[in-house]
Design a protein around this ligand. Structure first.
Ligand code: HSE
Length: 375
């Protein structure tokens, strides 16, 4: 396999290093803006040089962001090159264009590193759906948010300091608001649901609430009640259709989720035969992510395409009800639904997921977190 590598940042450099000693694949050209010299690969700023090189059969995209990643990947596919990418924003956003194109052209398209960093999550969903119907995907999917929440809860760091540390460790996206506002988890949730259920969820109907409004006083109120907050992306296929959302969620101390430290991810599927299966590992960082890119390249050499056939656009309903912790911006609706007070926040009675996310859109400075079932 001769690879054209797009990007030489955290992930791209890792891919170059991990492939350097392999005989079955070789990074032949690198497109990047940095001034680097490599002993065994041509470095260029000109993407056309990869596009027009017939000896390059596979493009590994590790640039991140939507543009020009989308234009480059699309052009590479039009030119008949296979794709491996770690870019969840790209795949989740252009799913309805890139998947049919890959199918039509008979190209492999793999993106295991896009969800869960070094965890073999999408590749396990691919295996799992061969043998059973998947009912739910759910978990901690963003290393930066987990690092921030864990540092606040365990070490008493304030939000800004914890985020700075996550950035300096290379976990955060170029624009960290993508992490803390939940957008990164949103992309990963959409992609997981699409693969698990063989559909294309209507992503505009998947609400997202991040952790950017959390305060030390919220964390203290949760601790007083024996709870820890995590950012959770979840999608469920039930009798009434698909539910999916991204939201801070409380877990009782002693549960698996509550114990997840630092930048680690914990992602779980529920299948009709297997029941619950959880996957734990480093969800971000150079080598874990590059490791899964290399795994995808090996899968590609073995002829694997995408994880599931492209499925039709599917509506999301979110009619199930949950109780929430909410702090800030009290109004008549919140007063009507308040069951008790926790510090400066309130606990609501059961409210539909769709409804509380609509309320939050109108109150963007409020912080909310779903309570565990039965609380
Ligand atoms: N910014 C992402 C995270 C990188 O923190 O999880 C891995 O997708």
């Amino acid at each position: 396999m001769r690879i054209g590598l797009l990007g030489f940042g955290v992930v791209g450099r890792g891919v170059y290093e991990l492939t350097a000693a392999r005989e079955d694949m070789q990074v032949a050209k690198v497109v990047c803006l940095e001034d680097v010299t490599l002993p065994d690969a041509e470095v260029t700023r000109d993407f056309q040089s990869i596009l027009n090189d017939d000896s390059i059969d596979t493009v590994v995209e590790a640039m991140g962001g939507l543009h020009p990643a989308y234009e480059f990947v699309r052009a590479a596919m039009e030119a008949g090159k296979h794709i491996v990418t770690s870019n969840k924003a790209l795949v989740a956003t252009f799913y309805d264009e890139l998947m049919p194109l890959a199918q039509e052209k008979g190209l492999s398209f793999r993106c295991t590193a896009a969800v869960g960093g070094g965890i073999g999550w999408l590749s396990e969903l691919e295996r799992s759906r061969r043998a059973q119907k998947l009912e739910q995907v759910r978990g901690i999917m963003n290393g930066t948010c987990n690092y921030v929440l864990d540092s606040m809860a365990r070490l008493g760091l304030d939000y800004g300091e914890a985020l700075k540390q996550a950035q300096s460790l290379g976990y955060a996206e170029a624009n960290p608001s993508t992490d803390v506002e939940g957008i990164d988890t949103w992309h990963k949730t959409i992609l997981s649901a699409n693969v698990a259920f063989g559909i294309s969820v209507n992503r505009e109907q998947v609400p997202v609430c991040g952790i950017d409004k959390i305060l030390a006083e919220d964390v203290a109120a949760f601790a007083e009640h024996g709870m820890v907050c995590k950012l959770i992306g979840a999608a469920t296929r039930g009798e009434t259709g698909i539910s999916a959302c991204v939201q801070p969620t409380l877990f009782a101390k002693g549960t698996l989720e509550a114990a997840v430290p630092a930048n680690y991810n914990l992602i779980t599927f529920r299948g009709e035969s297997s029941g619950i299966m959880s996957f734990y590992g480093q969800g971000a960082g150079r080598y874990p992510t590059a490791y899964n890119v290399v795994q995808d390249c090996v899968d590609l050499l073995e002829g694997k395409g995408f994880y599931s056939p492209y499925g039709e656009k599917t509506e999301v309903s979110n009619q199930e009800e949950m109780c929430y912790y909410v702090r800030g911006e009290e109004d008549a609706w919140l007063a009507e639904h308040t069951r008790e007070h926790w510090g400066s926040g309130v606990i609501t009675d059961l409210v539909p997921v769709q409804q509380i996310h609509s309320w939050r859109k109108a109150h963007p400075n409020a912080f909310l977190a779903a309570l565990p079932e039965g609380e």
